[in-house]
Design a protein around this ligand. Structure first.
Ligand SMILES: Nc1nc2c(c(=O)[nH]1)N[C@H]1C(S)=C(S)[C@@H](COP(=O)(O)O)O[C@H]1N2
Ligand SMILES: [Mo]
Length: 381
């Protein structure tokens, strides 16, 4: 018996599967669309890592996060959502190009072939789920029982792992089809297909990207937030009513600062302190962002007055009692940045109740979820 040859699988007769003759279901098209999709996925992955670590730094890094450039998170999160949206038509184009492989015969040729097909299943499933749940998240629609952020984080790694396996397996084809073929095999059919897919990507981008790239805000037809809609020219995610902030509670409001020398301030006392004005964006993780003028007291001044040591971190507590944004921690780099304010006014007016009256945090290069509204307590850690 010859042991060097693997046993042959019995040949099954081919069932009446569909036959595909279209030229565009070929590795060249798969490569051309694949590298656009790969670029979109890589952009979403890297900007997603940035967003994750800015929101949840490991303990040792909490004081090292950069508070500049002040527009950094606005840019990276705008790119995150835009590249995720652009990836959706690219993914469907790519699936259309390769779907005849589903009807391959025999379905499994070897163990390696079975593993490869399995990895494709994981890749397609995880990327589809990631892009569609991400899109629903930007619409603030959470029809699933699990917590979005940890699931989005875990699925990103599954998708990345499966993508790396896929690229490794397909490396020879990718290399062979990367360059435009010498004989002009890119005929008019392939060129029109790529043009149509690019037009679809352009259309979904143009009609949504204005939610963060404000020069294009007039084309923002489908994004859930329009940068101009909201009191004082700024969108509102959670209203005061939804957060349980009542007029009755506001009449008793005082800012309490806990540290080596604790103190309390009324709103008038805060207004009597040295005021500073900054231009900083709110950049929501869900993809909308907008610059605004904020005026208020520097957090670093409030910390000095409480006798906070230089490297101290800060805990900020909202009047809001429930929900993930009621308590927020801030590393030194943000707390000591002269742009970081306890803001009392927005675009020249006293903060609207929905924007966090009497006082809210505004800090540079930070996710919107950490720009706590209705602040009532600062605590030196
Ligand atoms: N206390 C509190 N602060 C909060 C929130 C909240 O729900 N509660 N929402 C955050 C989110 S998700 C964003 S994007 C910013 C900006 O939201 P706004 O425009 O509603 O102020 O506020 C943040 N501050
Ligand atoms: Mo947000």
């Amino acid at each position: 018996m010859d042991l060097s040859r693997p046993p042959r699988l019995p040949q099954l007769p081919r069932p009446p599967l569909p036959v595909f003759r279209g030229r565009l279901h070929d590795p060249r098209t798969a490569t051309v669309i694949g590298r656009l999709l790969g670029a979109a996925i890589l952009t979403a992955f890297v900007t997603g890592l940035i967003s994750h670590y800015l929101q949840q730094p490991p303990g040792w890094a909490a004081n090292l996060l950069p508070s500049r450039p002040s527009w950094g998170y606005r840019l990276t999160q705008g790119l995150h959502v835009a590249s995720g949206i652009a990836a959706i038509p690219l993914l469907f184009a790519k699936l259309w190009t390769v779907y005849p492989r589903l009807f391959e015969w025999p379905p499994v040729r070897s163990v390696a072939h079975a593993l490869e097909r399995l990895s494709i299943g994981v890749l397609v499933g995880s990327v589809l789920l990631q892009l569609l749940t991400g899109l629903l998240n930007t619409l603030q629609w959470y029809p699933w029982p699990w917590n979005f952020r940890p699931a989005h984080w875990a699925l990103a790694w599954v998708a990345m792992g499966a993508l790396l396996v896929h690229i490794a397996v397909k490396a020879p084809q990718i290399a062979a089809h990367w360059q435009r073929p010498a004989l002009d095999a890119d005929g008019p059919d392939r060129r029109s297909f790529v043009a149509a897919v690019s037009a679809a990507v352009g259309a979904v981008t143009l009609t949504t990207v204005g939610q963060s790239f404000t020069p294009l805000k007039d084309f923002d037809l489908f994004a859930p937030r329009h940068p101009d809609h909201g009191p004082q020219g700024l969108p509102v995610n959670r209203t005061a009513a939804a957060a349980g902030i009542t007029a009755e509670r506001l009449t008793r409001w005082r800012l309490r600062v806990d540290g080596p020398r604790p103190y309390e301030l009324t709103l008038d006392e805060l207004r009597a302190m040295r005021q500073h004005s900054v231009m900083l964006p709110i950049a929501c993780v869900e993809g909308w962002s907008k610059n605004a003028h904020w005026t208020g007291v520097r957090i670093t001044d409030l910390l000095d007055r409480a006798g906070a040591p230089p490297g101290a971190r800060l805990r900020v507590t909202s009047m809001q009692r429930h929900g993930a944004y009621a308590v927020m921690d801030m590393g030194t780099s943000y707390a000591r940045d002269p742009l970081t304010l306890l803001a009392l006014s927005l675009n020249g007016q006293t903060l609207a109740l929905d924007h966090g009256f009497p006082a809210r945090v505004i800090a540079p290069n930070r996710p919107g979820v950490l720009q706590t509204k209705w602040v009532e307590r600062l605590e030196v850690l």
